[in-house]
Design a protein. Sequence first.
Length: 64
Amino acid sequence: MCDVCLRTPCHPRCPNAKEIKIIGRCNYCKEPIYDGHEYWIDDEENMYDSRTCAELYYGIRLVD
């Protein structure tokens, strides 16, 4: 357990937290996509940080 934030693993704002690597940017909103976080990818290898961004980019609504 961290002696600063008292969590395991550290809270992202803790000074002892490891920096999370950015692996790309959302093709729609341009927000960073971080290593280990969930994201969407299309047939053309474009990355989206959410299903909503993918739907907005293509102007469609995906069916569950």
